[in-house]
Design a protein around this ligand. Structure first.
Ligand code: HEM
Length: 41
C-alpha cells in the first residue's frame, strides 16, 4: 500500500473495528508504515 492506502487502513481499524488509537498515535503509525512498508505512489 502507499501512504494514502495506509491512511485508510488505519481509519478503518479505528472506525470499523474500534481500535483504541489516538490521533497522535495514528500519525506516528502512518509515518512509520509509509516510511518502511510502502510502495511508491
Ligand atoms: C494501526 C495499526 C493497525 C494497522 C495498520 C492494521 C491493519 C490491518 C489490515 C491491513 C487488515 C487487513 C485488511 C483489512 O481488513 O483492511 C486488518 C484487519 C483487521 N484489523 Fe487491523 N490494523 C491495526 C490495528 C488494529 C487493532 C488495534 C485492532 C483491534 C482493536 C484491529 C482489528 C482488526 C480486525 C478485526 C481486522 C479484520 C480481520 C479479518 O476480518 O480477517 N486492527 N488490519
Amino acid at each position: 500500500m502507499d501512504r494514502a492506502g495506509w491512511q485508510k487502513a488505519i481509519r478503518k481499524m479505528i472506525d470499523r473495528y474500534g481500535a483504541p488509537i489516538t490521533d497522535d498515535d495514528a500519525r506516528v503509525i502512518l509515518d512509520y508504515l509509509s516510511a518502511h512498508y510502502s510502495s511508491p505512489p
